[in-house]
Design a protein around this ligand. Structure first.
Ligand SMILES: [Zn+2]
Length: 231
């Protein structure tokens, strides 16, 4: 197994760019672009100010995205010692290789909010195997938003205004939400002192109680405080 230290590269450099061979493998390093190519593998670099002036350089482990001064592995699959210890070197894994897949699942959770689907997930040939991307461009975001605004808050707009009728678990004491509505900023406080699962008992707009739960758009100012008592 090959072992590389960051000093191997940075100590000998008298300009920000260098090429050469490390353990017989061609490398190209660029400290202005913060990158190292070792064979075909891209390894990001990062620097921090050193205690006594100058810079301390680090590899960013391609597997766990952590700053490391030493990487291990075989060419094309260098990673930090921790990743090397956890993941077996074989790429021919079975579905019952629990430790590996559990690690991969955790890794995915770290990279993406658990309620979102990514648009794509990098495959086994990528040094970032398991990482997902572009979650806010999928339908997930709008679905979560509709669930919060129309479902939980129960906000139903029409041409003349909006109706608010929250639906929440009855053990919730309430919640607050900020919402832009036709150019007006609404700060909405929902109280559920009686612990019921939904409905609307009283609505107050900037301190004025209104009849029912339909809010005419004319009542809304640039900053509007709406208090909804469910019970
Ligand atoms: Zn690592």
């Amino acid at each position: 197994m090959m072992k590389l230290t960051i000093e191997q590269f940075t100590k000998m450099m008298d300009s920000p760019r260098a090429q050469g061979y490390a353990d017989g493998e061609l490398f190209e390093i660029d400290l202005e672009e913060n990158r190292l190519f070792l064979g075909s593998q891209y390894i990001p670099l990062e620097s921090r100010p050193a205690n006594y002036g100058g810079k301390q350089w680090y590899f960013i482990c391609p597997d766990c995205d952590t700053r490391r001064r030493v990487l291990y592995g075989v060419v094309g699959f260098m990673a930090c010692g921790e990743c090397r210890g956890i993941y077996r070197r074989t790429r021919n894994r079975t579905k019952t290789d629990c430790q590996y897949w559990w690690g991969m699942a955790l890794k995915e959770i770290r990279k993406l909010e658990p309620y979102c689907y990514g648009q794509f997930t990098e495959g086994a040939d990528s040094p970032h195997f398991g990482r997902s991307h572009v979650h806010w461009l999928t339908g997930t975001a709008s679905t979560v938003m509709v669930g919060c605004v129309e479902g939980i808050l129960g906000m139903r707009p029409d041409f003349y205004g909006l109706k608010i009728e929250p639906a929440i678990p009855k053990d919730w004491d309430g919640f607050e939400i900020d919402k832009e509505f036709r150019g007006k900023h609404l700060h909405i406080v929902v109280n559920n002192h009686g612990h019921v699962p939904g409905g609307c008992k009283k609505v107050t707009i900037d301190g004025q109680e209104i009849e029912g739960n339909y809010i005419s758009a004319q009542l809304l100012k640039d900053q509007t405080e709406i208090i909804v008592d469910i019970s």
